[in-house]
Design a protein around this ligand. Sequence first.
Ligand code: HEC
Length: 159
Amino acid sequence: MIRPLNFIGLIHILALLATGCGQSSEQARLDRVHDLMTDKMEPAVEGIWDSAGWIVTEEGEEELWPTTDEGWQRVIESAEKVAEAARALQTSRYAASEDDWNEIADGLIGAANRAKRAAADRDKQELFDAGGHLYRVCVACHQRYMTEDHEVTVPEDAS
Ligand code: HEC
């Protein structure tokens, strides 16, 4: 038979376990998000960002857009991978519990599809704009959901 005191003690222990579990599973989720970002998201989106715009070299301005069908095809595949990673973010393995998370991920899928269409159309300006669109969605989610450890520190003289 369980005496009342012991029973209450047991509840406390269970509550503590639940809290501990909650924290570590949230941390585990963030760790999975982190790995998805660095292993999949970033390499994929760089396949778009590195293929639109200009860089300034000693010889002058150089265009980054692809010049071959294979090059454009790689951009299309990069956009598909970004959309794939964004869809993964919406699964229980990665998603936060707030609705905003899935909405922002939807925004990323939309921006990735826009980049894919632009590459299929060989539309340089539109691909460039889609790259900016993608970037703004990444930032929107990071501002909302990145924990403090990842926040950019403001240099002292800027405050
Ligand atoms: C739906 C939300 C969401 C979207 C969209 C998103 N991210 Fe993230 N990203 C996160 C979260 C949350 C973290 C922090 C994970 C952690 O705590 O380690 C993160 C972390 C990262 C990191 C690791 C940063 C670090 O300091 O370790 C990189 C790189 C990154 N994201 C790239 C991107 C890029 C590029 C895009 C857009 C193409 C993007 N992310 C879109 C939620 C998102």
